[in-house]
Design a protein around this ligand. Sequence first.
Ligand code: C2O
Ligand code: CU
Length: 537
Amino acid sequence: MPPTRRRFLAALGSTGTALLLPNQGVAAQSDEKTAPVLTGVRLEPFVDPLPIPPVLRAAAGTSKSQHHRITLSEFQQKVHRDLPATLVWGYEGCTPGPTIEATRGETVTIDWLNKLPERHRLLIDPTLDGAGEGVPEVRTTVHLHGGHVSSSNDGYPEDWITPGHEQRTVYPNRQPGATLWYHDHAMGITRLNAMMGLAGVYLLRDPEEDRLHLPSGSRDIPLVLQDRTFDAGGQLAYPVSGMPQCPSVPEFFGSHVMVNGCVSPYLDVEPHLYRFRLVNAANSRVFQLSLLPGQEFIQIGSDGGLLNQPVVRDELLIIPGERVDVLIDFRGREGRRIMLVNDAPAPFPSGRGLVPAWVMQFRVNRPLNPEPERAEIPETLATVPRLREDSAVKTRRLQLVEVMTANGQPHRALLDGKRFMDPISEDPLNGSIEIWEFVNMTADAHPIHLHAVHFQLLDRRPFAVRPQQDKPEIVWTGKPIEAPPEERGWKDTILCPPRQATRIIIPFSGEPGKFVWHCHMLEHEDNEMMRPYLLRG
Ligand code: C2O
Ligand code: CU
């Protein structure tokens, strides 16, 4: 059993109570020495109600298009009862920003007004591509993650704007309903802008879903997960490397989990069926979630929309950038307190460091006037056709590697051995289908994300590396492992475990132009694990 799991169970067994679990602080740190971790303050879980970000949608009756002006600014926000307000960045004065709700086929135009300060609050690493001498400190560009948009509306990393300027994006929403999200994507500082709070949810609703009678209204709730570390003054603590000339760290793992911008909150629920849209908006952390006392999740959707059928799951693994759409059935649970806990497993090295266990708590009320349940758990959801391998016109084998720089500086993570500035090598033809095979040579799991498309997972295959003089040789050590049911829907971010080749099949279609593909661990992304790709017309 991995040490995190053992510690977790032991603590529960000995005390039976949440508050005494040593999930934070020095005790938890002692057996994991690999990641740079700031321990931060201890905070009591489940003392603040879950915040629900405000919703922006079209005014009633005008549902062909909507237009919003959204201001990016710096402000203070309370993240926990026992902490003074934290200085953060956000959209429209909150982080996560407002939830933007659109209906399939409705055009959404947004003017993003950058009113952030001129100086960054976190330390910039000028040795990273695009963040060097002469580049303004504070820059932003907003990307709609999972949106099928044109290149000029995609928030290309180099299309940043400085304070005092605005960026206009147009989202056509011609894709199946899904849980999308928006966040900053500025070249070389995405990890810092995201850490400050620049992220929000974008719910694309689909009239197709109406016939399913899924929970709706106040029983359809986005849950944005982010790990953070706070100093005693309540301010964000983000680590720096030991080298002043290149302060960036290879990964970030915080000591607490925030849900919708609040540390380990609680939510009062009715004994009914609920729908939760989980978004992993953490910089680097993989979450493995379960409910205590034991209860299952009914997963209905993934990144790109609904699955074919619901999948019952005891545990949810959710990687940075990924979304999981689940139902939780609180019927018959009156009076219970159910905890959502994280126990990122040891085999995924990107979950290492402190393992904050408490995500949130559900308090199931005993209603005075119980109402009948109107929502249902459907038997079938959507029709996601399986793409056939032989429909692909090209297969690209792309290695994920980590290297030391020549002067012994911290490692860079690279996609196929190339840096962002190297000439474009991935240039799929619009309308064609390709297979991309991510051969992960590193010891880390990487969440790989492609912009502007959705794809399907084919399989993952374990391999070993036989060292050769100059070119290491790959030796398969097992058969391909087929995509499990929960990964058979449309994906835009895929887990690439270490020493496995992960194959995805991608239908490229849209407006030709330049996009990016990258690792969604933001520290990796900023440190060269991002590449442009050209959708050729
Ligand atoms: Cu969620 Cu390129 O990003
Ligand atoms: Cu990575």
